[in-house]
Write a protein that binds this ligand. Structure first.
Ligand code: SAM
Ligand code: SF4
Ligand code: F3S
Length: 450
């Protein structure tokens, strides 16, 4: 059955997002765009007539999930009218033609730098019923187009992409191939978008980029953006991710000494504790550099904590390299980190290297994760009986408690009122587990006059 969407028909889009925060931001912006041609969002698969899957290609499993998901949709709609199926994101970029061949259920494949063309491409497909592969890198046109489409995000905490793409070409990574070259959005455009978000009710902005601290537009740097957003009164908290050690410049480090709104958690991926492995990865930083950054930041503000990314079992990693990674984790006590076994990505330099055996990498990953989880638990335990500032985001799914995050991004669950959403409240921590803190709000008691 061929899909026809008529102007009178309710066009309902179901968007599923895999991958990083940038994909989440993109999914929201894609929705802001397709709204212009009459789509409304649905969370009910049964009633959708457009299924959009925004994909991630960072590891093999991420790609497998995509085909698995499309297979599930195919089954679900076996005896119904087929929805329009669009695949966007990094798998779309990397597998484009291949994807349309392997899974004919897919109608359109649109790469991350071509989202500004999505409405035209949907209409073209509906008119001609011919599969579409649109994966040109046209980042400037994309942001020029999107700047005229209001960002409708109104959640308490929201993302804002300031930089996209990567020129660093770490030997393991597909991102330079899927997102294209580094691009920094114009400074004013970013501040305008931040003001729109503030007016929508957003209270925390997380600035995004594949190398967010490499942001450089007419000599405006990330530090300038932070200072400018700090001036927006409604914005209470600022974060950024993902930063690269090489771009952790002094101007950015110094912001931590003066900013009242920049949160004291820095996600700074190190990948390995061994200089030998870092060189094999083409990371362009050494462990000594990482320690220096760590030290400078701790000196500026001892409350600053770090989280990181680790790749375990990288080709060439021997026992002594692995031990260096373990030692680094023991020394720096990252409070929350991501760790994965190396996954060879097609087209990357490391995909041509000899893999180390799976049993060894699995064992190493277990050891690393045990250590990382211990750090996480210790950090949460240290908060017991403390009063922490929490930005209240929403009600929990069960609906009887509220959810927010501490300054260090740790989820906190507590009792609150609807009026507290969007505000920073003081929560006394009474219990904890590895991922979450639990407590109660400490309210200022009103003085009673006798
Ligand atoms: N730009 C960031 C940086 O350089 O630190 C990283 C962005 S990447 C989207 C997120 C993380 O995915 C990386 O830090 C790395 O740990 C992990 N990653 C990337 N390629 C990988 C691969 N081939 N195998 C396993 N993990 C990988
Ligand atoms: Fe990938 Fe390296 Fe670029 Fe990060 S810096 S996105 S890991 S190539
Ligand atoms: Fe994945 Fe692409 Fe983000 S590969 S991690 S969705 S940049």
């Amino acid at each position: 059955m061929v899909l026809k969407l008529t102007p009178k028909m309710n066009k309902k889009i179901f968007i599923k997002t895999f991958g990083c925060q940038m994909n989440e931001y993109d999914s929201n912006r894609i929705f802001d765009t397709v709204k212009k041609i009459g789509f409304i969002k649905t969370k009910n698969l049964e009633e959708t007539n457009c299924y959009l899957l925004n994909t991630c290609h960072i590891r093999d499993k991420a790609k497998d999930k995509v085909y698995h998901d499309i297979g599930r949709i195919k089954k679900k709609f076996r005896s119904k009218k087929k929805p329009l199926v669009i695949v966007t994101g990094c798998v779309a970029q990397a597998e484009n033609e291949e994807m349309l061949k392997r899974e004919p259920y897919i109608d359109l494949v649109i790469g991350p730098q071509a989202y500004h063309k999505i409405n035209d491409k949907i209409e073209e497909y509906l008119n001609n019923q011919k599969k579409i592969d649109e994966t040109e890198f046209d980042t400037i046109s994309k942001f020029n187009y999107l700047r005229n489409i209001k960002n409708s995000s109104n959640s308490t905490s929201s993302f804002l992409t300031i930089q996209e793409g990567c020129d660093k070409f770490c030997h393991f990574c597909v991102v330079p191939f899927t997102r294209g070259p580094e691009y920094s959005r114009p400074f004013k455009e970013i501040i305008d978008e931040a003001k729109i978000l503030a007016a929508n009710g957003v209270r925390e902005i997380t600035l995004l980029g594949q190398n967010v601290n490499a942001y450089n537009y007419n000599s405006f740097r990330l530090s300038n953006i932070i200072f400018e957003i700090e001036k927006i009164p409604e914005i209470l908290r600022i974060r950024y991710t993902t930063s690269h050690p090489v771009d952790m410049t002094n101007d950015l480090i110094e912001v931590y000494g003066v900013s009242k709104k920049l949160m004291p958690l820095i996600h700074l991926p190190v990948q390995s504790g061994s200089d030998k492995v870092l060189k094999l990865m083409n990371r362009k930083h050494k462990i000594k550099d990482y320690f220096e950054i760590y030290k400078k930041l701790k000196e500026i503000n001892s409350a600053i904590e770090f989280s990181s990314d680790f790749i375990i079992g990288y080709p060439g990693e021997d026992d002594s390299d692995f031990k260096k990674t373990l030692d680094l984790i023991k020394k720096l006590r990252f409070i929350n980190s991501y760790s994965f076994i190396f996954s060879p990505r097609p087209g990357t330099v490391a995909s041509r290297s000899k893999l180390i055996d799976k049993e060894t990498s699995t064992k190493r990953l277990e050891i690393i994760q045990k250590e990382l989880f211990n750090n996480q638990i210790k950090m949460n335990k240290s908060q017991e009986n403390n009063i922490v500032d929490v930005l209240v985001e929403n009600k929990t799914k069960e609906g009887n408690k509220f959810f927010g995050r501490s300054e260090h991004m740790t989820p906190v669950i507590f009792d609150a009122n609807n009026d507290d959403v969007g505000k920073i409240v003081k929560v006394k921590i009474e219990q904890y587990n590895r991922n979450t803190l639990f407590g109660r709000i400490v309210r200022k008691s009103k003085l009673r006059v006798a």
